[in-house]
Design a protein around this ligand. Structure first.
Ligand code: FPP
Length: 228
C-alpha cells in the first residue's frame, strides 16, 4: 500500500557536509536538490501529499550567516524549480508563519502559492517558520477570536495550516535522530514512523523505496482491532 501523505524531517545536512570535509552550506544545497528528487519520485508513485520540515521557528536561532544562506537557497529553489513544478501539476502550500520572513522570501513564497493554486496532481507542503505547538495555539486563538464556543476534531482541523488535507500516513526522519521535534503534532496522531541513519542528502530513491516497502508491510489499526 502506498501512503497518501508522507512527511519528512530532513535532518543531517550538516553532518553529511562535515563527513565530506565540506561547509554546512554544501549540505543544505545538496539537501535542497534532494527535495526535488523526492517530489519527482513521489509523483511517479502516485503519492498525493508531501510535507517537508524545511525551517522550524527554532531554526531562526542558528547563526545569522546560516539563516541567510537558507533563505537565499529557498529563493533560488523557487526561482529555478517553479516552472517545472507548475508543469508537473504540483500545488505548493506553506505551513507556518510567513510574517517571520523578510519581504523577498515572502514574495517568492506567495508567488509559488498563487501560481500553483489550481494544481492538484501532487501537493507539496513546505513547513517554514513552523512549530507544531504554535500551530495548535494559533488555531485555538483563531477559534476564540471568531467567538466559536465549541469545536470537534473535524472542525478544529479547519484551523490548522493543513486544513482540508488528509492526515500524515507516514513520517520519515533521516540521520538517526529519534524525535518528532515539534513537527505536525496534531496531524501525526496515527502516522507510521520511520527513522533511518541515512543523512538527508543521501536519502535517494533507493532509500525512499526501502522506506515505502517498510510502510507497506505495516498493519495500521488506528487504535482498533487487527484485520482478519
Ligand atoms: C537539517 O540539517 C536541515 C535543516 C535545518 C532544514 C532542512 C533544510 C533543507 C533540506 C534545505 C531546504 C530548506 C530551505 C529553507 C531552503 P542540519 O543542519 O540540522 O544537519 P545536522 O543535524 O547534521 O547539523
Amino acid at each position: 500500500m502506498i501512503p497518501i501523505h508522507v512527511g519528512f524531517i530532513m535532518d543531517g545536512n550538516g553532518r553529511w557536509a562535515k563527513s565530506r570535509g565540506l561547509p554546512r552550506s554544501a549540505g543544505h544545497r545538496a539537501g535542497t536538490e534532494n527535495i526535488r528528487h523526492i517530489i519527482r519520485t513521489s509523483k511517479d508513485l502516485g503519492i498525493k501529499y508531501l510535507s517537508f520540515y524545511a525551517f522550524s521557528t527554532e531554526n531562526f536561532k542558528r547563526p545569522v550567516e546560516e539563516v541567510t544562506f537558507l533563505m537565499n537557497l529557498l529563493i533560488e529553489f523557487f526561482n529555478k524549480e517553479l516552472p517545472e513544478l507548475i508543469e508537473e501539476g504540483a500545488r505548493i502550500h506553506i505551513l507556518g508563519d510567513l510574517s517571520l520572513f523578510k519581504p523577498p522570501v515572502r514574495f517568492v513564497l506567495e508567488k509559488a502559492i498563487k501560481s500553483t493554486a489550481d494544481n492538484d496532481k501532487i501537493h507539496v507542503c513546505l513547513a517554514l517558520g513552523y512549530g507544531g505547538r504554535a500551530e495548535i495555539v494559533r488555531a485555538v486563538n483563531q477559534i476564540i477570536a471568531e467567538g466559536i464556543k465549541k469545536v470537534d476534531e473535524e472542525s478544529f482541523e479547519d484551523y490548522l495550516y493543513t486544513a482540508g488535507m488528509p492526515q500524515v500516513d507516514f513520517l520519515i526522519r533521516t540521520s538517526g535522530e529519534l524525535r518528532i521535534s515539534n513537527f505536525l503534532l496534531y496531524q501525526l496522531a496515527y502516522s507510521e514512523l520511520y527513522f533511518t541513519p541515512v543523512y538527508w542528502p543521501d536519502f535517494g530513491k533507493e532509500s525512499y523505496m526501502e522506506a515505502l516497502e517498510d510502510f507497506a508491510r505495516r498493519n495500521r489499526r488506528f487504535g482498533g482491532v487487527e484485520d482478519e
